[in-house]
Design a protein around this ligand. Structure first.
Ligand code: AMP
Ligand code: GLY
Length: 426
């Protein structure tokens, strides 16, 4: 079959790499892709926001399945439009994508279905929101409704900080004025990323992972899209995984079906494992980035039939097999990220780095110039240096050994990815 992946990050490169190994994949395309994805798929210059253009390409290239990477096209209804045109697409409908697109929607769904999540209130104006914050005290969490590329959450340590966040969000500090915000209790515990494939009725768990959101070593500094990840997450014991399926994922799938918006695709639960058990921080309606890079390294089974089974409502008796090895990925980003950074800087040594035992390199913001085989940085998060190992410690050693062969003076990475898991291994 012919498959089209939409997106251009490390997540999409990892999906392309995994699907390129599938005997079911005849021809693999990625739009728009990046310089690394060209190894595994033919990159097509499509504007993913232009659904008509995507459909026209699918018809012309006889695409049998579209796999949507990022949340923006999902929330814009690309799956609905593709399916209406008779093209199979993996991912949730626009209605179901509200689980990521609207924090208020998800919090209300949790409350109505007794899904464990932080206590909260929704606000459409700053006055009432500030009154609530003053009554509740700090720390407290302020979230803008709607997609904000990871920037819509402020964990406020003081009441003044919370009030400033409320004003910032309603005054357009995130690009446009928030039409609604959610204020919730601050959860205490360890975070984990939990992934389940859903087919509208049933769900199967994928491997667990943990990511490092902060830009600096020791988990310090501003939040980013993710600076590294590893799998499995040691805190996700078999009992904890079962609790997440029973208390969070399956009640969500049942509730979505009951309201006529069955959830199909991958459901990514950001969890806080508290002393009382797992709590949902947020849902994403897509694969995580960089978690997918480590999941794909650990997945033994063919991914393509699993995505098809989710699309076709056939997950009930489906099973996936995983390598027992650990996997870890370190993100290399352009200096300055998550703030301003330089583009079009030269990256060398990637071939030597890829030779290190167990290492796989996935590209994110990279570009190659016509007639020039060299690779240049073209974004904030630029490369994912991934490795498998018998444990997280070995995977980490391999990933950093590869990074030490890469010559990119304008880039940086964290040097401590995996520290929580490695501390437990010792
Ligand atoms: P999000 O953009 O929703 O992933 O949130 C970004 C980060 O904010 C999360 O990964 C958590 O570290 C933190 N966060 C969000 N909500 C809460 C909460 N209720 N309690 C504690 N931390 C939170
Ligand atoms: N790594 C977190 C995310 O994909 O949102």
């Amino acid at each position: 079959m012919n498959i089209l992946i939409l997106g251009s990050g490390g997540r999409e490169h990892a999906l392309a790499w995994k699907m390129a190994a599938s005997p079911l994949a005849d021809k693999l395309y990625c739009a728009p892709g990046n310089a690394g994805i060209t190894r595994d798929a033919e990159c097509v210059a499509l504007d993913v926001a232009d659904h008509k253009a995507v459909i026209a390409f699918c018809q012309q290239a006889k695409i049998d399945l579209v796999v949507v990477g990022p949340e923006v096209p999902l929330c814009a209804g690309i799956v609905d439009d593709l399916e209406k045109a008779g093209i199979k697409a993996f991912g949730p409908s626009k209605w179901a994508a509200r689980l990521e697109g609207s924090k208020g929607f998800t919090k209300d769904l949790c409350k109505a279905n007794k899904i464990p999540t932080a206590a909260y209130e929704r606000f459409k104006g700053a006055g009432a929101a500030k009154d609530y914050v003053r009554q509740h005290g700090a720390p407290i969490v302020v979230k803008a409704d709607g997609l904000a590329a990871g920037k819509g959450v402020v964990v406020a340590e003081t009441i003044a900080e919370a009030e400033a966040a409320i004003d910032m969000m309603f005054d357009g500090g995130l690009g446009q004025p928030a039409w609604e915000i959610v204020i919730e209790d601050c959860l205490v515990g360890e975070e984990a990323s939990f992934f389940a494939l859903c087919d509208g009725e049933s769900a199967i768990q994928l491997a667990s992972a943990q990511d490092h959101k902060r830009v600096g070593d020791g988990d310090k500094g501003p939040n980013t899209g993710g600076m590294g990840a590893y799998s499995p997450a040691p805190i996700m014991t078999p009992e904890m995984n079962q609790r997440v399926m029973d208390e969070i994922i399956l009640p969500t799938v049942r509730a979505m079906k009951a309201m006529g918006a069955p959830y199909k695709g991958v459901l990514f639960a950001g969890l806080m494992i508290t002393k009382d058990g797992p709590q949902l921080i947020e849902y994403n309606v897509r694969f995580g980035d960089p978690e997918t890079q480590v999941l794909m390294l650990r997945l033994m089974s063919d991914l393509v039939p699993a995505l098809l089974a989710a699309r076709d409502g056939q997950l009930k008796n489906f099973d996936l097999r995983w390598y027992p090895d650990a996997a870890l990925t370190v993100v290399m980003a352009a200096k300055g990220y998550p703030g301003a950074y330089q583009k079009r800087t030269l990256i060398e040594g990637l071939d030597e780095a890829a030779q290190v035992d167990g290492v796989e390199i996935f590209h994110a913001g990279t570009i190659a110039k016509i007639g020039d085989a060299r690779i240049y940085a073209n974004g904030g998060r630029v490369l994912n240096i991934c490795a498998r190992g018998k444990n997280v410690g070995e995977a980490q050693r391999r990933a950093y050994a590869a990074i030490d062969k890469i010559k990119w003076p304008e880039g940086f990475c964290r040097r401590d990815i995996g520290w929580q898991a490695i501390a437990r291994e010792k």
